[in-house]
Design a binder for this molecule. Structure first.
Ligand code: GTP
Ligand code: MG
Length: 199
């Protein structure tokens, strides 16, 4: 079983050159604003207030590093696609996100979060495409599973995979989570520790 013995906040910033330089592997979380990135980090680490969350989109504006077991990082990134932000703020966030994703050598894997309630959205499908074009390793996490019935959850996830398979030959690992009830916690942590074991 994958165990989180400790998790602590290290640093927030907008500049990847100021991120930790200890070379430890990083697992980063990205997705639309409000999809539940920060909540998932809290769920995985069993700390309610490690990452700041909000019911209003656009809470996380910086690259946030959390050190787990003194050994690897969870990285909370700002969300994309929040329509109510100014154009210049959206562009600035986009720059921060791209510089991290394209430039951060320590980033071992990017988890792309998708709200399980919604059918595939253009902005996410374009984001997957951009990751593919840039050879970025990623997995998919469906969030907020507690908000759907089992059958609706299963059909939404199946539909999503179907849409992705129209463009991709194979899919990366896919996880289903709820930060409300802890669903998927063990699976995601086990996957991270499997990868850590290969490094
Ligand atoms: P930004 O930082 O703004 O990009 O958002 P985020 O992706 O970090 O989302 P955040 O974790 O702040 O969560 C947004 C809202 O969704 C909050 O009100 C959370 O309580 C709620 N939420 C997140 N995950 C879940 C979940 O699994 N289930 C339910 N029911 N609510 C969730
Ligand atoms: Mg956040």
């Amino acid at each position: 079983m994958a165990v989180v013995k400790s998790a602590r906040f290290i640093i927030s910033n907008t500049d990847i050159r100021k991120c930790p330089q200890d070379g430890k592997p990083e697992y980063a979380f990205i997705g639309r604003s409000n999809v539940g990135k920060s909540s998932l980090i809290n769920m995985l680490t069993s700390q309610r207030k490690l990452a700041m969350t909000s019911s209003t989109p656009g809470k996380t504006l910086l690259i946030n590093h959390f050190l787990v077991n003194e050994d690897w990082y969870l990285v909370d990134l700002p969300g994309y696609g929040y329509a109510k932000r100014s154009k210049s703020q959206n562009e600035q966030l986009q720059r921060i996100i791209s510089s991290y994703i394209l430039g951060r050598e320590q980033m071992t894997l990017l988890f792309v979060l998708i709200d399980c309630r919604h059918s595939p959205q253009k902005i996410d499908l374009e984001f997957f495409r951009w990751l593919g074009e840039n050879g970025i390793p990623f997995s998919i996490i469906f969030t907020k599973a507690d908000k759907l019935t089992r059958s609706k959850l299963a059909s939404n996830v199946a539909e999503y995979k179907q849409v992705l398979l129209e463009e991709w030959e194979e899919l990366p690992p896919v996880f289903i989570t709820s930060s409300d009830n802890g669903l998927g916690r063990e699976d995601v942590l086990a996957y991270i520790s499997e990868i850590n074991a290969t490094l």
